[in-house]
Design a protein around this ligand. Structure first.
Ligand code: ATP
Ligand code: ZN
Length: 303
């Protein structure tokens, strides 16, 4: 047992649910933790699986050129993760090994690869949909799930650098897309209700970078483009966004040239489920031993 298990993170690690790697926000997960994630994933499918979404799974890395075009670096340069690889010759390699041994900077010959880490599950999707040509009459609905990366190291276990996001993404007319978001706002309350978690819904904004970012954030709030379902995990005063409901209007439609069946610019929206955050909320509120969770919660997940 750890003698000074003060924080929730300490308790999770002591219990073996999360496994330390030496980097804040980067953890291994135990079988018990993964089982909760898998069951929650299945619960989401019970709510959304009847809608006929197309299932697509992208790897956690995405095409750098498309990422550059996506505008992510304009809004969140501090969160992005890029993948570099060695590109030197024999002499450069010898230098690398020498510097590594000396504890010096060895990255001189590291060059950007064509791959960056996906910051959200839906980023690789829009160009794929655009490439297919005009949307069918009913628009499109896609089911995604991916590990995502955000460079935001933290001791808060709910703020990881690598975490999974399940998403449903709707692409279509403004009516189709706003209807989808309203439906999921309603479903989300039922879903979290089944898990007996305390929550509230609120308007939110993305963490846009810098001074210009504050303007974007205010605009996003004023127009009520982002909602979050928040559950207290690390703090009562600052509850954690476990689900997000984003309406991008025609932002991605214009950027990627996605057209509706009537040849108008498509609108998009997504609902994102923070898989680890919901698991952590369950461990926080119902205890570290899943066997001791309330019968109704166990039934919702394992029933
Ligand atoms: P926050 O405001 O807490 O930074 P966000 O609004 O940036 O979160 P989104 O961009 O909407 O989050 O991401 C969709 C979902 O992914 C969130 O609702 C959340 O559950 C999850 N998520 C986001 N960032 C993290 C993280 N660092 N660690 C774990 N889950 C995360
Ligand atoms: Zn999304």
């Amino acid at each position: 047992m750890c003698n000074a298990c003060n924080t929730f993170l300490d308790k999770l690690i002591d219990r073996g649910l999360l496994i330390e790697t030496g980097v804040d926000g980067l953890y291994g997960r135990s079988g018990a933790f993964e089982d909760v994630i898998a069951r929650f994933d299945a619960l989401i499918t019970r709510f959304g699986g009847g809608d006929g979404a197309e299932i697509i799974r992208f790897p956690p890395g995405m095409n750098r050129a498309l990422f550059e075009k996506s505008g992510y670096l304009k809004s969140f340069p501090n969160l992005a993760g890029t993948i570099h690889a060695f590109s030197g010759n024999d002499a450069a390699h010898a230098r690398l090994v020498e510097r590594l041994a000396a504890g010096d900077d060895w990255t001189e010959d590291q060059r950007l690869t064509d791959v960056v880490l996906a910051p959200a599950a839906c980023y690789p999707l829009y160009p794929v949909i655009a490439k297919r040509g005009p949307l069918p009459e009913g628009g499109r609905l896609v089911d995604l799930n991916s590990y995502c990366f955000r460079h935001e190291p933290s001791k808060d276990p709910a703020r990881m650098q690598m975490f999974r996001m399940r998403e449903y993404v709707r692409i279509g007319t403004p009516e189709q897309v706003t209807e989808f978001r309203a439906l999921w706002l309603e479903r989300a309350e039922q879903l979290i209700g089944k898990l007996a978690l305390p929550y509230h819904l609120d308007v939110a904004n993305d963490p846009f970078f810098g001074r210009a970012g504050r303007l974007l954030a205010n605009n996003q709030r004023d127009q009520r483009l982002k909602f979050e379902l928040l559950v207290p995990i690390e703090s009562e005063e600052k509850p954690t966004a476990c689900l997000s409901f984003n309406y991008h209007q025609d932002h991605f439609g214009t950027l990627w040239g996605i057209r509706t069946a009537a040849d108008e610019t498509a609108h998009t929206a997504c609902v994102g489920f923070g898989m680890e955050r919901v698991a952590l909320a369950l461990f926080k509120h119902h205890g570290l031993d899943v066997e001791a969770w309330p019968a109704t919660v166990r039934e919702a997940l394992w029933g």
